[in-house]
Design a protein around this ligand. Structure first.
Ligand code: DGL
Length: 277
């Protein structure tokens, strides 16, 4: 097999603090059906959303070292928190392409807003990093970005309370200030939030554009692979497991969640000791 063919057929490495990044893997599966995926969920060390930058960078480096052992051709940081806090640092150290979810989401939000008032919701670490704001204002300094951390959303989604009145009450409280500011665009800046999309839509009304960084990242990945000449032009090889999943803990819980949201039947999840990398 030629090196070029091998490069194109190699998998995309996708990682997150846990199950949430499966919303990104799902968009890659839907939009880039020829691509194989190696997914790592750091279920032993989540949540990332309340951790420091140094810790997130250390975790991200370990995960990237693990993904490199799987011969990936490119890496997607599916986690908004790790994209906001670690991407700038780790991309300098890599000789394969790597993208996060913040830039693709920010770019689309900057293009979508008409009144230049954009809201972003995410974990505490993502919001406090101001990375969405900085990225949007680097594109258009006239845009005002309002951030709101929504720490209760992650456990509510993992509990499966996607349409529960309790979740609606909490979301109404979280979104009130952003809506009072008159935002016309809202970035769902955390892996789990696209799963709350219909509930959030009910609260914001139709006049607010909801930006899903997971979808925008799959589209950005498609462009990146084309540009680098490493997109897989053919069908995935039959018999060769197209999607492989690794976690650092609680494989069964991960499997249940994966099977509830992916357009793919996940059978095997491998647990690894990420601290070894
Ligand atoms: N994956 C994280 C994010 O997108 C949310 C979960 C966590 O805090 O680890 O920011």
């Amino acid at each position: 097999m030629s090196d070029k063919k091998r490069d194109c057929e190699a998998a995309i490495g996708v990682f997150d603090s846990g199950v949430g990044g499966l919303t990104v893997a799902r968009e890659i599966m839907r939009n880039l059906p020829n691509e194989r995926i190696v997914y790592f969920g750091d279920t032993a060390r989540l949540p990332y959303g309340s951790k420091s930058k140094e810790t997130i960078i250390r975790f991200s480096r370990q995960i990237i070292r693990f993904l490199r052992t799987q011969d990936v051709k490119a890496i997607v940081i599916a986690c908004n928190t790790a994209s906001a806090l670690a991407l700038e640092e780790v991309e300098k150290e890599l000789d394969i392409p790597i993208i996060g979810v913040v830039k693709p989401g920010a770019r689309v939000a900057a293009a979508a807003t008409v009144n230049n008032l954009v809201g972003v919701i995410g974990t505490e670490s993502t919001i406090h990093s101001h990375m969405y704001r900085q990225t949007i204002q680097a594109i258009n300094p006239d845009i005002t970005v309002f951030g709101r951390a929504c720490p209760l959303f992650v456990p509510l989604v993992e509990e499966g309370w996607l349409k529960d009145p309790v979740t609606e009450e909490i979301a109404t409280r979280y979104l009130k200030d952003l809506l009072d500011q008159g935002i016309d665009t809202l970035i769902l800046g955390c892996t789990h939030y696209p799963l709350l999309r219909s509930l959030i839509r009910k609260i914001t009304g139709e006049h607010v554009t909801l930006v899903n960084p997971a979808y925008e990242t799959a589209k950005a990945l498609e462009r990146l692979l084309e540009k680098k000449g490493i997109a897989n032009p053919g069908e995935k090889e039959p018999g060769n497991e197209p999607y492989r999943f690794f976690v650092s803990d609680a494989a069964d819980k991960f499997k249940n969640f994966a099977n509830s949201i992916l357009p793919y039947d996940v059978e095997t999840i491998q647990k690894i000791n990420i601290e070894e990398y």
